[in-house]
Design a protein around this ligand. Structure first.
Ligand code: PA5
Ligand code: NI
Length: 186
């Protein structure tokens, strides 16, 4: 039997930053999220280049059996009364599940499946199972960056189209110093 020792990839738990390994990084800005936020006037008033979130992905081959992992850093802020959030998606392969792990900040994971929305608080150490056939979105009603590690099948894909008509059934809006969930449609 041959034996070798090697260093694993690493993540700094305090910042949620990968500190080793090749990364693919992508930042989503305000201008990329047409029609996502309820207050169109407030959305248009923000500079289109304002960063909303950055995803850093450890690449893997796009093959059956492979796993991708990535950290989403969702910045704090609001569009009108609505807190910054990710676009949100179903997986193209609807039967494929995902895990999220809270690393930094305090926020929310919104899950939606067949007319049912579930909100889970996300915080350092929280573990979230996203079942098959479930749309998911991160929301940051906090004052600092929200960072979460995700692990998902490399073949899952992202389907943003399916949510374009009606969107998620719940919006997270500022309410005094906190937030409230506003139900949009049945
Ligand atoms: O795989 C995931 O669910 C995450 O890595 C998301 O892609 C990430 O949070 C960005 O969200 P979205 O893809 O909805 O823009
Ligand atoms: Ni996903």
């Amino acid at each position: 039997m041959d034996l070798k020792t090697r260093m694993p990839r690493q993540i700094d738990l305090a910042s949620g930053q990968f500190t080793a390994g090749v990364l693919h990084e992508h930042t989503t800005t305000v201008g990329m999220l047409t029609g996502l936020f309820a207050d169109q006037a407030a959305w248009q008033a923000l500079p289109a280049g304002t960063p909303l979130y950055t995803v850093a992905i450890l690449p893997a081959p796009q093959q059956e059996g492979e796993l991708l992992s990535g950290v989403t850093h969702l910045y704090p802020g609001r569009v009108g009364r609505e807190f910054y959030m990710t676009r949100g998606h179903f997986h193209q392969r609807r039967e494929q599940a995902e895990y999220y792990f809270g690393l930094r900040g305090r926020g929310l994971l919104l899950l939606q499946q067949a007319g049912q929305c579930v909100l889970e608080p996300l915080f350092p150490g929280s573990v979230h199972y996203i079942p098959p056939f479930t749309a998911h979105r991160l929301i940051n009603p906090g004052s600092g960056t929200l960072s979460a590690l995700a692990v998902w099948p490399a073949t899952a894909g992202h389907d943003y189209q399916a949510l374009q008509a009606q969107g998620f059934g719940v919006r997270i809006m500022a309410d005094g110093d906190g937030w409230q969930a506003e139900v949009q449609h049945a």
